[in-house]
Design a protein around this ligand. Structure first.
Ligand code: DX5
Ligand code: ZN
Length: 220
């Protein structure tokens, strides 16, 4: 049977002045996840939004909130993001002094925990944490901005994680440069979740786009 991917549109490419419209558009497209890119201007050279924004949009959406914290020392803010209503909180290995402790902290609030690595970080850095994470987010572009091209070498990390999984619970997600041209290779690498920002918001028929992404490029 063909696998179906979870599609997680990123609001990074939405018009923030109409965020409720963007969330409705994501729900109407037939997917159940939204990807929330939190940037602090330190870990990455861009700034987006924080816990108050997420708490405010939580009141208007039943989507699964997949928060991607591109934040230096994120343990300082885990409680606020958990209380804002995130469902999964993903942090970067490169940003944490104590990765295991940060994952424990996320779980202590009853949230799913995720771990992400930048394109230059070896996938083996994740090995000590594979038993403990619900999601692994492979960055397929340099974090900070939408609309960049997918770095194909990062798909090797997905292949490694798919073959190393065994009976562990983690989902493998990929973030950056996923669109109609790249989805076939992304799908075949073994991912479970695809984040898509600019391609989703450029699309006029978003329901059809989500079906195609979920099917790995085949139109059903
Ligand atoms: C980049 C963000 C991504 C971004 C992806 O730092 O983590 O989630 O929104 O955007 P696209 O799909 O445009 O590459
Ligand atoms: Zn992201």
């Amino acid at each position: 049977m063909e696998r179906s991917l979870i599609v997680a549109p990123s609001v990074l490419s939405a018009d923030f002045s109409d965020i409720r419209g963007a969330l409705t558009s994501i729900s109407d497209s037939g997917t159940s996840w939204v990807h929330l890119d939190v940037m602090d201007g330190m870990f990455v050279p861009n700034i987006t939004f924080g816990p108050k924004f997420i708490a405010d949009i939580r009141k208007h959406s039943d989507l699964f909130f997949d928060a991607h914290l591109m934040v230096e020392e994120p343990s300082r803010y885990v409680e606020q993001f958990a209380k804002a209503g995130c469902d999964c909180i993903t942090v970067h290995t490169e940003a944490c002094r104590n990765v295991a402790g940060t994952l424990d902290l996320i779980r202590s609030f009853g949230k799913k925990c995720g771990l992400s690595i930048k394109p230059a970080t070896p996938v083996k850095d994740l090995d000590p944490f594979l038993d403990d994470v619900d999601l692994i987010l492979i960055m397929s572009v340099e974090p900070g901005f939408g609309g960049q091209g997918l770095i194909y070498e990062t798909l090797d990390k997905v292949r490694y994680l798919a073959s190393a999984r065994g009976d562990r619970r983690y989902l493998i997600s990929i973030d950056g440069g996923v669109n109609a041209s790249t989805i076939r290779d992304v799908y075949e690498s073994g991912v479970d979740v695809v984040v898509t920002g600019s391609a989703f918001f450029k699309e006029s028929d978003r329901a059809s786009f989500v079906r195609r992404m979920a099917a790995g490029g085949d139109v059903r």
